[in-house]
Design a protein around this ligand. Structure first.
Ligand SMILES: Nc1ncnc2c1ncn2[C@@H]1O[C@H](COP(=O)(O)OP(=O)(O)O)[C@@H](O)[C@H]1O
Ligand SMILES: [Mg+2]
Length: 284
């Protein structure tokens, strides 16, 4: 992450782009207008505009290197925005030290390693999600809230186990519980299915389905639809840092719901489309 900070040309955002004025601000989880990100000499994102409405579950798709992680990092202030505007619940997060409303957001970054060497129990990792920047004391009921969050990811019975003995998938679920413990209105997940076992993928799909049912807004970065395919209502597809598709719920077509068909391959040949996503007429 510091790579971005160190490597980035930290020019202030240019303010000539269109503002997402037309939307009722604090009712809209994500509003992005003409967003651009340039890191060093590379322009990673250009002219990205979209809105995520309350209660939506939206997939952010695209090949490796298309800019998905950079986009979500720019929303949560890890990568500076160089052009355009971004708002989360009506709060302008465009400025470098913009006011990301962390009290309403859960963010699960793309996993770099599985089961990092932190000697902590699952419960301790989840409780750490309740500690804010300025608040070093745990709120009342922290343990109960952490247990409830672990229950949401199907790990309530593993609360006192060290995460060092967990599989990659279980570790990922603990990190999701850590994001859920504050009961966020918007959950942003970066490739939560990548490299995890089938059981954890199913558990994660069940968790997201329950959250969606309760009205949580979800923005999930994926390079394959996998277990989440049936849940997704809308997809935004990035290609070389631009939005090339937004809309179309990718619904599984009858007869094509087997796992081998159930993905959007990042290196799919031109002309080859996954059979079950007829609306995604874009080359990934
Ligand atoms: N700090 C950086 N400086 C320059 N280029 C970067 C930096 N971080 C990422 N990139 C480049 O930005 C592009 C998009 O990366 P990323 O957002 O991680 O893509 P995705 O998540 O879709 O795989 C890639 O080409 C990557 O090499
Ligand atoms: Mg990524």
């Amino acid at each position: 992450m510091t790579r971005h900070r160190d490597g980035a040309a930290v020019a202030g955002p240019q303010t000539d782009g269109a503002r997402p004025d037309a939307v009722p601000p604090d009712d809209v989880p994500v509003a992005v207008a003409e967003l651009g990100v340039t890191l060093g000499t590379s322009t990673i994102l250009r002219g990205v505009s979209f809105t995520v409405r309350r209660g939506e579950i939206v997939a952010l798709l695209g090949a490796n290197g298309s800019g998905k992680s950079t986009l979500v990092k720019s929303l949560v202030g890890i990568v500076p925005i160089t052009r355009g505007h971004a708002q989360l619940f009506g709060r302008d997060v465009t400025a470098r030290h913009g006011a990301v409303p962390w009290d309403r957001i859960g963010y699960v970054p793309q996993r770099v390693t599985s089961g990092a060497g932190v000697p902590a129990t699952a419960l301790e990792v989840v409780v750490s999600g309740l500690i804010g920047n300025r608040r070093l004391r745990l709120p009342r009921g922290a343990r109960q809230r952490a247990l409830a969050a672990l229950d949401q990811v199907g790990l309530a019975d593993r609360a006192d186990d060290s995460v060092q003995v967990f599989s990659g998938g279980q570790h990922q679920r603990v990190l999701i519980a850590r994001a859920l413990v504050r009961d966020p209105d918007l959950l942003i997940l970066d490739e939560p299915l990548a490299g995890i076992d089938k059981r954890s993928k199913d558990a994660l799909a069940a968790t997201l389905e329950a959250l969606h049912g309760r009205g949580t807004t979800i923005l999930v970065v994926l390079h394959e639809l996998g277990e989440l395919g049936p849940l997704l209502e809308r997809a935004i597809v990035l290609r070389h840092g631009r939005v090339v598709h937004d809309g179309a719920r990718p619904t599984p077509a009858a007869g094509h719901d087997t796992p081998e068909h159930d993905h959007v391959h990042p290196h799919a040949d031109a002309g080859h489309r996954p059979a079950h996503v007829p609306n995604l007429r874009v080359e990934l």
